[in-house]
Design a protein around this ligand. Structure first.
Ligand SMILES: [Zn+2]
Length: 151
């Protein structure tokens, strides 16, 4: 684009490529505060709005991780995320506990065969050409001519 440009001709793939380039990576801070608005400033608590009472109670009621460190058990994560209790027995509603972890490939195959599940890895589908060069606008900019090699 140049100064004074009013419109740009884009095919759908070029538009998506430009939009995807504008999406920040995960956990990237797009708004940064400085001074007393910064999260680590010692006066931050004095100026930041307080949480409503009902939200503060809900966070206090949430169970803390039972283990030290930042990691949570998978059952806790499923309970938090999907509100399902994977450790509740579906027959008697009692508590279940992990008895064994099967990691031996032969044992895993035997178990999967026993319950009737497939135990072979499905074949990968063949790869396709790069979609970037299907864009007529980009091919024209790169001087690629008709670009039939990728069609
Ligand atoms: Zn049971």
């Amino acid at each position: 684009m140049t100064v004074g440009c009013r419109s740009v001709e884009l095919d759908p793939l070029s538009l998506v490529a430009r939009l995807a380039a504008a999406v920040p990576p995960p956990r990237f801070h797009t708004v940064k505060y400085a001074g007393v608005l910064a999260s680590a400033h010692r006066w931050r608590a004095r100026i930041a709005p307080q949480k409503p009472a009902d939200q503060a109670d809900a966070e206090d009621a949430e169970p803390k991780p039972k283990r030290r460190g930042a990691r949570r058990l998978w059952a806790e994560l499923l309970a938090r995320t999907f509100a399902i209790d994977v450790l509740a027995c579906p027959k008697c509603s009692g508590r279940m506990k992990l008895v064994a972890l099967v990691t031996d490939p032969k044992s895993v195959r035997a178990y999967l065969r026993g319950i009737g599940e497939p135990c072979d890895v499905p074949e990968r589908s063949p790869s396709r050409g790069p979609p970037y060069w299907k864009s007529t606008v980009l091919r024209r900019k790169a001087g690629g001519g008709s670009g039939d090699a990728w069609a």
